[in-house]
Design a protein around this ligand. Sequence first.
Ligand code: CTP
Length: 448
Amino acid sequence: MHQREERGGEFMVSNLLGVSRLIFKWIPPPPDGKAFLVGGLVRDFLLSGYGPPDLRDVDICLSGDVLKWSERISKNLSCEVIFEPRFNTARFWVKHGRDIHVDIAMARTEVYESPGALPIVTPATLLEDLGRRDFSINAMAWPLEEVGDCQDRLIDPFGGREDIHSGVLRVLHRNSFRDDPTRMFRGFRLLSRFSFKWEEGTQSLLSEGVSQKSVLTISGTRIRKEFVRIFLEKEPVDVLKRIYLSGLMWSLFPKAIWSQTLEGSLLEVVWLVKMIFGGSVSSLLPLKWSLLREWCHGETFFYLPILKELPSEDLESGIRFFGLEGKVGSILKDVISEPSVSSGKEMNPGKFLRVISQHVVETGSRYGWLMPQSRMDDRKNLLSRLSSFSENILKSSFISGEDLLRMGIPGGKRVGEMLKSVDERVREGKITSREEALQWVRSEMLRT
Ligand code: CTP
């Protein structure tokens, strides 16, 4: 695996040149300063000796005025560029077969006033910007220039290329994990994805971070973001296993141990999420149904076996740790304390699927999204129920509360009742399109 880079050297140069040219086909060059490709994309080009990496996210670092550049991009591309003045960053999407997300950030240093806090950001040179990053393999840059030659222009001040070659993950300075403990989780994700090992010094810093419980300095929201990224990996169970075996979970919840039961349940979750949702349903759902989106992209399913394995006295702090307070947390608590789940030694897959889908269905019914709850006896039945559940969610998005207000229905209870009635008709198959839904509302308004 790690000989890949040698074979990929030439390939990497021609491809990074190719991407640079491609980027300047999409967007105009910056009016001032220099731009560089940075982060995961450069790393992935070095790793992908046999084929181009997945071009989904492009990170660009600019030593110059981000606002001026984003105004120029927005004008030339006639697209929306979202500029964030507080961090001096801009982001937008370009179409190249599919949507590619481009992030531009001002070259900067970050000062952490206290461990785990969000950093204070100040303008800096490219070198300083690379020096504030997590691992050497993520601290390389490639200048975005319109050049004709095929020179290797990789900027690699911390030996990232060598570390890729040796298959090791190395932090750039002693305080890296203390400043930003999410890097420990990020590290395990990369370790698993690339089959890398920790570099020796980094391994000791990690052990220090584990024993000092530095993860407790970060907010639940940030932890949750890291875990979502883990769940989206190709092998999420492998990443979680590494985290548990390193003691990182154990340092927070002493009784959270890796077991075959946990592994089995998590593998079941991976299967469930892939089978039923295939990652596509969530992207179709309206944003306001955030609770359902969480269920649908499968995130919440992963927490169930993890939290169920905790002793009951740790459940509350587990929910807080993952930033799951609120509706999601209370549903998780309900499911976990369900007698058929809590009494079982194992998280029996069939039982697990049945209970969780019942809760999804119940919650959905309560909010008027779904068919009324009924018993589901076997896995096949459950699967078809869940897929029709997804279909119904999609159908019921024909109209929204805003539509009703715009049509002159006074706000408050009436809007909710009307939406519920529309959903009922959708489920009964009496309304099959937005037009029909609007028509039905108009006739109801005349009638009452
Ligand atoms: N980064 C960092 N410390 C963090 C998060 C990010 O130093 N806690 C830096 C790394 O240089 C990383 C870059 O910001 O490469 C972009 O972050 P992100 O998009 O999260 O990571 P990628 O490496 O691009 O993506 P992935 O992990 O999904 O491959």
